[in-house]
Write a new protein. Structure first.
Length: 199
């Protein structure tokens, strides 16, 4: 399979006209499943959606998968890989990337909305989160207090989809920064974990 074919298959939109084959990209399947929870990707928001916590966890898993494509690490991605991806492809500040990384940790490890960041030689810092699924919430991250943040569900959806398109554009553009290394990293990861066989 050519590199271009890997990119096309991997970044195929859930509603794209495509001939179904036995191998489906993990990213395609994730995006398809997320549409069942938060509506069509083309819609900013819908009135009734299903399982917002599960949808946000899916979006975080998607960002982590994209970060793997970026670094070429199929396993052992680090917190810096996740945050650097959000800075580089999501256009977030380092501070916002840190908050979203901690939110990811709270969801993935605590199965809730609270986590502690431990750094060597420093006092642990706690993070508390709330999830706002109101369409009126226009800010991705709102800081309520020193350690309490509100994450906008619909802005998180837009960030995830922006990251998908941003990485895809860089992979398809030979003029993008470090293009050859990025393509090499992407191919390494997509060959290891990029597809699920559907029977």
């Amino acid at each position: 399979m050519t590199v271009d074919r890997h990119i096309i298959d991997c970044f195929c939109a859930p509603r794209a006209q495509r001939s179904p084959g036995p191998n489906r990209s993990v990213l395609f399947l994730l995006r398809r499943d997320l549409e069942k929870l938060y509506g069509a990707e083309s819609r900013k928001h819908i009135r009734t959606h299903k399982a917002p916590m599960l949808a946000v966890l899916g979006m975080m898993a998607g960002i982590e998968l994209l970060a793997k494509f970026n670094t070429g690490k199929a396993t052992q991605t680090t917190n810096n890989d996740f945050k650097e991806f959000l800075v580089g492809y999501g256009n977030l500040t380092r501070a916002k990337a840190e908050v979203l990384y901690q939110y990811r940790c709270a969801l993935a490890h605590s199965y809730g909305l609270y986590t502690m960041k431990r750094a060597s030689g420093k006092r642990p810092r706690s993070f508390k989160f709330s999830l706002d699924d109101s369409p009126r919430c226009s800010c991705l991250i709102e800081k309520l207090s020193y350690n309490h943040y509100v994450i906008s569900f619909w802005q998180m959806k837009q960030l995830f989809l922006h990251c998908v398109e941003s990485l895809k554009a860089c992979l398809r553009s030979p003029d993008s920064r470090n293009h050859r290394m990025l393509v090499k990293n992407f191919v390494r990861v997509v060959k290891r974990i990029g597809y699920i066989r559907i029977s």
